[in-house]
Design a protein around this ligand. Structure first.
Ligand SMILES: Cc1cc2nc3c(=O)[nH]c(=O)nc-3n(C[C@H](O)[C@H](O)[C@H](O)COP(=O)(O)O)c2cc1C
Length: 333
């Protein structure tokens, strides 16, 4: 059975789900457009929303797009449509990162889609201290299996690995902190005044670690010396790396899909998460993130997982900006 063309309401639901994904500095570098027969959706990058000094190769941009793509897949299943995804379908257009053919009905039961869709609006970055409580091995195993399903390795780190990654993150954070141009770029994504449709509001920023052993990203410059802005973080954070075999844009998209799938499943299991990306942003510290025992691979992202308070919401661009209806522009969505 071939499905009908997507209705304006369905297109809006898809664009809202895609747009709820995490992105570097909440830059939301995505555009959505129905295919000419409206039985599918195109996901494109929006180069105007790049973060060029922090992310010169566009790696984080593609990870963000991958996360949006995973949400699109979930929303498609929610609409009863099976997402048949083609990465970079047009060799002449590097901005067209994925085409989702949504013309066939979704598999019933679906392996993951229906359980994870409700978590799209619940998932948030939590930059708060987490509790000193271990995550059960069974839950970590589920998260690893979810990433592997996306072709990406999630490695929860043991104590040695955590200390190595924290030290590299601290080095990278210090280096970024003294790079005036990068810090100006980062600060330009802060949104101290509401309302905004992108960037990070003050309320979503967390404290710095009182003991300075969990180097959270300082969005404002040097860590505040104000004691009220620093708190004691968990003694040994549960960190996990996401690693891909190769390091091409399609791998970054896979890493983004795995990131979102893991983050949504973690949310369903009552976990909070935040990203520690600083060490991935400098070639030498990124190289050091690799676990030599794991064999070859490229670390794409470091995730901090745990139990703790939820993060504050961050704004999103309206669908009228992210959903391009082309010739159907007069249609109300
Ligand atoms: C590639 C990538 C890198 C990120 N790097 C960091 C980071 O270093 N520190 C941090 O606190 N959050 C980081 N984030 C989280 C974003 O800031 C966050 O997703 C965005 O502000 C939207 O907020 P939300 O996750 O609560 O929806 C990163 C997200 C992505 C996708």
């Amino acid at each position: 059975m071939t499905m009908q063309a997507l209705t304006p309401d369905e297109l809006r639901l898809l664009a809202e789900a895609g747009g709820a994904a995490p992105s570097l500095h909440n830059s939301q570098p995505w555009l959505f457009r129905p295919t000419p027969d409206a039985r599918g959706l195109c996901l494109s990058s929006d180069p105007r929303r790049a973060v060029p000094l922090t992310d010169p190769d566009g790696r984080a941009l593609h990870i963000s797009l991958g996360a949006a793509l995973f949400n699109l897949r979930l929303a498609a299943v929610h609409l009863g449509r099976e997402p048949d995804v083609h990465l970079f379908p047009d060799g002449d257009d590097p901005h067209l990162v994925a085409l989702l053919d949504l013309s066939e009905p979704a598999a019933v039961p679906h392996p993951y889609g229906r359980d994870l869709y409700p978590a799209i609006t619940q998932r948030r970055s939590s930059r708060q201290p987490f509790a000193n409580r271990d995550i059960p091995e069974t839950v970590l195993g589920e998260l690893m299996a979810a990433a592997l399903d996306e072709g990406v390795v999630l490695s929860p780190l043991e104590e040695d690995g955590v200390r190595r990654v924290l030290s590299l993150t601290a080095q990278a954070e210090q280096r970024t902190d003294t790079d005036l141009a990068r810090m100006a770029e980062t600060r330009s994504w802060l949104r101290p005044e509401q309302p905004a449709t992108d960037g990070i509001p003050q309320a979503a920023l967390g404290p710095q670690d009182h003991e300075a052993h969990v180097p959270m990203r300082s969005y404002t410059g040097r860590p505040s010396t104000d004691a009220t802005r620093s708190q004691r973080f968990e003694a040994l954070p549960q960190l996990a790396t996401l690693t891909t075999h190769a390091d091409l844009p399609a791998d970054w998209l896979r890493a983004g899909q795995a990131l979102e799938r893991v983050w949504l499943l973690a949310t369903v299991r009552g976990l909070r998460a935040s990203v520690l990306h600083q060490a991935v942003e400098w070639p030498d510290t990124r190289w050091g993130l690799r676990d030599p025992a794991e064999g070859p691979g490229h670390v794409q992202l470091v995730l901090r997982l745990g139990y703790g308070p939820p993060g504050s919401p961050t704004p999103r661009r309206p669908v009228s900006e992210t959903l391009d209806l082309g010739i159907r522009q007069n249609t109300t969505v």
